[in-house]
Design a protein around this ligand. Structure first.
Ligand SMILES: [Zn+2]
Length: 284
């Protein structure tokens, strides 16, 4: 699997110094092993049953009433070549149960986040997506229409998965996504080429919280503490309780360590369509 190689390679490299407009390469995590990666045919990370909860009322998204985000959105001067930037990312939502909890923490801590939404949940919970989009500082991003392994679909389906989700996100939220996260992190040259034609940069990650299988917030935060570097992209899922449970401590800890939280677009300084990014150290 190409993805395995992508995960292993960063483990061999160390810190790349800044000054050249570039952050840092990731230090490989011990957790990034083959057996922990979901296979394309076994999407264990995203059980659909997890997204069916609907006890919480949809929010009608009055963004104007939300507290302002004091960091990225209000401070376009953020320079991740100088600052220790980290992007927190949330895949597979929106979820009416967990996404608002994630959002509450980000807003109360005054930090941004990036939400890679998948089309099926977007259609089911458009009001949650709108709430995210209308909260200052939050970035809406593309996680395909139906969450397939993009390396295993034909060209027509590939375009429908990427372009269709981008269209739907724009229709629902009023914002056109520029960042695509391929399901399971699986991508190849065809995927990145088509993504580029559809105006999407391919965003992977270098810190995997394993939150889809790890429910202990302390364990999740230990993983982040051990693996995070300047320029890191942290992978979480806002369709499980783990992410909102671990997030308050995660944000406080990252702040204490001097990190500045940003969206992926801010981290990569306007990511280029078709280019593949894994961390603040340029493409893979
Ligand atoms: Zn996913």
């Amino acid at each position: 699997m190409k993805r395995i190689l992508e995960l292993m390679v960063p483990g061999l490299v160390g810190v790349l110094m800044m000054g050249a407009g570039v952050g840092v390469l990731p230090v490989g995590g011990a957790a990034q092993t083959e057996e922990t990666l979901p296979t394309p045919t076994a999407p264990v990370a995203e059980p659909s049953s997890d997204v069916s909860a609907s006890e919480e009322e949809p929010v009608d998204g009055k963004a104007g009433d939300e507290p302002g985000i004091e960091t990225a959105a209000a401070a376009p001067a953020i320079d991740c070549a100088v600052l220790k930037c980290v992007a927190l990312t949330f895949d597979d939502g929106p979820s009416p149960e967990y996404t608002p909890r994630v959002l509450d923490t980000l807003v109360s801590e005054g930090v941004p986040g990036t939400f890679f939404m998948q089309g099926s949940n977007l259609k089911a919970y458009p009001e949650v997506a709108k709430q995210v989009a209308q909260t200052p500082g939050m970035e809406i991003a593309n996680h395909t229409a139906t969450h397939p392994d993009l390396t295993g679909v034909n060209d027509e389906r590939l375009r429908a998965e990427i372009g269709g989700a981008a269209d739907e996100l724009e229709r629902v939220t009023g914002k056109r996504p520029v960042a695509l996260r391929p399901p399971y992190g699986l991508q190849d040259e065809t995927v990145s080429k088509v993504a580029g034609e559809l105006g999407q940069a391919v965003i992977l990650w270098d810190v995997d919280t394993q939150d889809w299988q790890e429910s202990d917030p302390a364990a999740i935060n230990q993983t982040v503490t051990e693996e995070v570097q300047a320029g890191s992209v942290v992978l979480m899922h806002d369709i499980h309780a783990s992410a909102p449970s671990a997030l308050p401590q995660m944000v406080r800890s990252l702040k204490e360590q001097g990190y500045t939280l940003v969206t992926v677009s801010e981290l990569f300084g306007k990511p280029e369509p078709g280019k593949v990014y894994e961390n603040g150290a340029e493409s893979v």
